[in-house]
Design a protein around this ligand. Sequence first.
Ligand code: NAP
Length: 227
Amino acid sequence: MPTVLITGANRGLGLEFAKQYAADGWSVIATCRNPIGVGELAQIEGDIAVYGLDVNNPPSLDRFVADLDGRAIDVLINNAGVYGPKGITAKDVTVEDWMPVMQTNMMAPLFLARALLENVSKGDRKLIVNISSIMGSVEKGAAGSEYIYRSSKVALNMVMASYAQEIADTKVAVVMFHPGWVQTDMGGASATLTPTQSITGLRSSIEKLSFKDTGKFMNYDGTPMPW
Ligand SMILES: NC(=O)c1ccc[n+]([C@@H]2O[C@H](COP(=O)([O-])OP(=O)(O)OC[C@H]3O[C@@H](n4cnc5c(N)ncnc54)[C@H](OP(=O)(O)O)[C@@H]3O)[C@@H](O)[C@H]2O)c1
């Protein structure tokens, strides 16, 4: 069966990805900052291995890549993300609040993708999937607030659209998805989709991807998202 690697798999969308792929018989490499006491993740049955990975910590990343020992990965899912302080308007934005969100949402996905490019090249599916957001769409997501999170996802889109071009000769496809507005700690209880609905849609869209889709930004249902 194929192998999927998921970051931030201890809760929210990452946990649901791990549950669904494991239930479907995939080999799941589930990563999270602190793999001790990860309740629901530890209870998932199937071919699942849980690793510690803080995506912002270079020694943690190096250790993790070494532990994988060149293992082939079919689908790498850069899911881990943070929102930062909510309700931020221009007068409130600070460098201290902005930097960690940019690091987690924009820089870390590229650092992980480049560290595991060889592993993904060895897989049959050859996919790097990045969980972006409609808030990273200038056309659909711009509004007079939330500068930190919006800018981090716009930047993620640009970084990954560029990386898609840089590594085109490897035939590894790099894509970005908006997962919908989902009931997680980040999305909140009023969100319109359950994690099950979002991840069912995302998995079906991921299943249909091929190299011709590299560099695209899509909704969870596979329809195009404007930049
Ligand atoms: N929910 C929505 O409506 C929505 C909409 C659009 C996009 N998204 C995106 O979807 C992705 C998943 O979001 P979610 O709703 O599942 O959020 P969530 O419930 O807040 O979960 C975020 C996950 O990211 C992990 N994470 C954060 N920083 C990390 C780090 N430095 N290293 C490793 N893991 C880290 C968290 O781990 P800890 O438990 O250790 O904090 C947690 O597992 C994010 O990229 C988010 O921006 C969500």
